[in-house]
Design a protein around this ligand. Structure first.
Ligand code: C2E
Ligand code: CA
Ligand code: CA
Length: 482
């Protein structure tokens, strides 16, 4: 009797436990489903996120291949989102993104997929029919104003479209082509849509072949240093040169860095390119320095290179293999490094400076000039950007602005070089305002080594030897005194 009761109790206990277990399993299943859903959706708008979008696009393309249907990919980017986000605050920015998501969902047709790719970028995967009408409607829909915290804002949007199978047959190309079309819509001023077409295809192909040629050109030595003289502001005498890359292209002739430096940066080839130019330039200019013809050879490095932990060590090793003394070398960097990895950049800069290499801050006045951060670095030279120079000496407001920039540059205890000086009026003003050196078409354009050497030697013959340059105190010592 007692045994029966015990057995019943044990059975009931087992039933209770398995019930609890089943409930827990259901709970876990629900949690798993939620986790999966969350992993696929964007937390702010509830739309599919980028990862889910890529998977969905691949699925859709496979299905379209079987059914023979056409598909359109619309990529959408708000035009002035960053500006609105900065001026109205992140909460308002989030509201705006939410509202855009709602509008896109409201406009969607059965079977469409609406996604937020990140930031202010959205995408719609839709039927490939009537693409133009749809793109126009989307542009119109997103251009209407939004009321955010009682204020009406209308950032507008740009849209790029690519169609399967007309433009591309796989997800990677389709996205790339839609992005290219988007980029064109943006460059044309925004608030418009653009479809991938033959022009874009040709531009893409030209870029592709330039890429292949650039990979070949660097080891082949087709990219060579040219030199632009830098003059002393007091007497316009050449005292330094800046090394500027030129590509001797076998068919296209001489190409300027604007064509290939950004491409080399994007392809991760810039370090190789600069290394090749650097070695050649240091070796070529070493005798000019040794003979007292010039005192500075200035080389450009890309912000990207400062992100390479081996950058300064490699540069110093390369320099050592030439006859150029470290104190005659200036490395030109832009402020972009401040927003990337300041710690690493600072280590490179300090290591170079400790060996006597001078650091120049290039394009000063175009960045955001974080003077406080710059103050902590051994910056020896500041190069005033040519965009500031244009109307100097003519427009009083520009002159005032440049005077303020000069004062800021002086607070760094640096030598000041004005770039892009093209006429006497500018030179007159800059000299009076306290620039130490000048560079620009007024004095000389960039030219090959032989030409610049001839020019410098002719000048030395006419004007006699330069007075010995006063050895300046290292910047670090100046800083220590403050
Ligand atoms: P940057 O360092 O600011 O170089 C000055 C640019 O201004 C040069 O253009 C020069 O030819 C041009 N310039 C000089 N004087 C005047 C003038 O009076 N008026 C006008 N309108 N322009 C003037 P370039 O040679 O086309 O170089 C463009 C940029 O490409 C350079 O700007 C630099 O950022 C980059 N770059 C050039 N060579 C190299 C290189 O070897 N390595 C790297 N990483 N970048 C380079
Ligand atoms: Ca430069
Ligand atoms: Ca510059």
């Amino acid at each position: 009797m007692q045994d029966d009761a015990a057995e019943r109790m044990a059975r009931e206990e087992v039933a209770r436990i398995s019930e609890a277990l089943a409930a827990r399993v259901d709970e876990l299943e629900a949690e798993r489903a939620l986790t999966l859903l969350l992993a696929r959706t964007d937390g702010l708008t509830g739309l599919l996120n980028r990862g889910a979008f890529t998977a969905a696009l691949i699925d859709r393309l496979e299905a379209a291949q079987r059914s023979g249907e056409r598909l359109a990919l619309f990529v959408i980017d708000l035009d002035r989102f960053k500006h609105l986000n900065d001026s109205l605050g992140h909460h308002a920015g989030d509201q705006l993104l939410n509202e855009i998501g709602r509008r896109l969902k409201g406009e969607a047709r059965p079977g469409d997929l609406v996604c937020r790719l990140g930031g202010d970028e959205f995408a719609v995967i839709a039927s490939g029919d009537q693409v133009a009408r749809r793109a126009a409607a989307l542009t119109q829909l997103l251009s209407q104003g939004h009321t955010i915290y009682g204020r009406t804002v209308s950032p507008g949007a740009s849209i790029g479209v690519a169609v399967y199978p007309d433009d591309a047959t796989d997800a990677v190309d389709l996205q790339r082509y839609a992005d290219m079309a988007l980029y064109r819509a943006k460059s044309a001023g925004g608030r418009r849509w653009s479809a991938f077409d033959t022009d874009l295809r040709l531009a893409g192909e030209a870029r592709h072949s330039l890429e292949a040629e650039l990979r070949r050109a660097i080891p082949a030595g087709e990219i060579v240093p040219w030199y632009q003289p830098v003059v002393d502001a007091a007497d316009s005498r050449i005292v330094a040169v800046e090394v500027l890359a030129r590509w001797n292209h076998p068919e296209k002739g001489l190409l300027a860095p604007g064509v290939f430096v950004p491409l080399a940066e994007e392809l991760g080839l810039i370090a190789d390119l600069d290394a090749a130019i650097f070695a050649s330039a240091c070796q070529t200019t070493a005798p000019w320095v040794a003979q007292g013809l010039i005192d500075v050879v200035s080389c450009n490095v890309s912000p990207r290179e400062l992100l390479d932990p081996g950058f300064s060590r490699d540069l110093l090793r390369r320099l050592k293999a030439t006859d150029l003394p470290a104190t005659a070398l200036t490395v030109e960097i832009t402020e972009t490094f401040l927003v990337q990895d300041l710690g690493l950049a600072r280590r490179h800069i300090e290591r170079l400076a400790s060996k006597g290499v001078r650091i120049a801050l290039d394009d000063f006045g175009t960045g955001y000039s974080n003077l406080r951060a710059l103050l902590q670095l051994p910056i020896h030279t500041v190069k005033l950007d040519q965009s500031l120079i244009g109307d100097v000496g003519r427009d009083p407001r520009v002159s005032k602005l440049v005077r303020a920039m000069l004062a800021a540059a002086k607070s760094l205890d640096a030598r000041i070089v004005a770039e892009g000086v093209e006429d006497e009026a500018q030179a007159l003003f800059l000299r009076a305002a306290g620039c130490d050196r000048m560079q620009g078409f007024l004095f000389a354009r960039p030219m090959p080594a032989a030409e610049v050497e001839a020019l410098i030697r002719k000048q030395a013959a006419e004007l006699g030897p330069r007075a010995e340059p006063v050895e300046e105190a290292p910047v670090t010592a100046l800083r220590a005194r403050r």
